[in-house]
Write a protein that binds this ligand. Sequence first.
Ligand code: E4P
Length: 246
Amino acid sequence: MKIFVDTANLADIEEALKRGFVSGITTNPSILAKEPKSGLENHVGKIVDLIKKYDPSGNLPLSIEVFSRNQEEMIAQAVKFKESFGYPGLCVKVHVGWDELAVINDLSRQGIDVNCTAVMTVTQAIMAARAGARYVSLFWGRIGDAGKDEKFASDREKMFADKTIDDSDFNPAIAVRRTRDLLDKSNLTTEIIVGSIRNVVSIRDAYLSGAHIVTIPPKFFSPMVSHYKTNEVVEMFLNDFKNWLA
Ligand code: E4P
């Protein structure tokens, strides 16, 4: 059960790293685009410096995503990330898809760790794992959205008609549980990262469903360790002790 941080924000990364609970960092192009423009290499370099400051192994997994849908470009970008960032813990994020399986396979054969991302179904996860992905990132919030999003009503109907999916595919807890069971039964070392987190309850449920890792937006860390009854009892301890000393 590991905790990753889902951000490219330097201050948030440092606040998390200095508390010692972080086992990895994930980003995606949209997450990076929220940060001040300074160039990918420069920004990733600053993340790597922070990791080295707080993690003695200097090897914490850091996922950076390719920004293309073309096979050759994805491979070239991944190889360039590996060379230019010079960071041993670098994982290259590649979205799941038919052409992308060849990219995942190529990169993993070159010894580059792949985090296969944007995974919504068990079958996508299994295909990515078999192609060589080190991680499969299942998108908890978006799996639920997939069953409701009006804009995709006809795509959904077609997948139902073709028996590509059924109702259970819109339940992220079921998707994570089934993926974990299949990975374990197949003795695959691929780890499940659950992303697309929208609240603390889904973080808890993702771990209970079998996620090896949940990648968590920093805004949820403080709520994860806060409780009004904790505050009440700590205040009581301090007051009782102060009165006893007086
Ligand atoms: C995880 O790896 C993803 O980058 C992220 O969690 C996506 O989540 P979203 O649904 O908030 O975009």
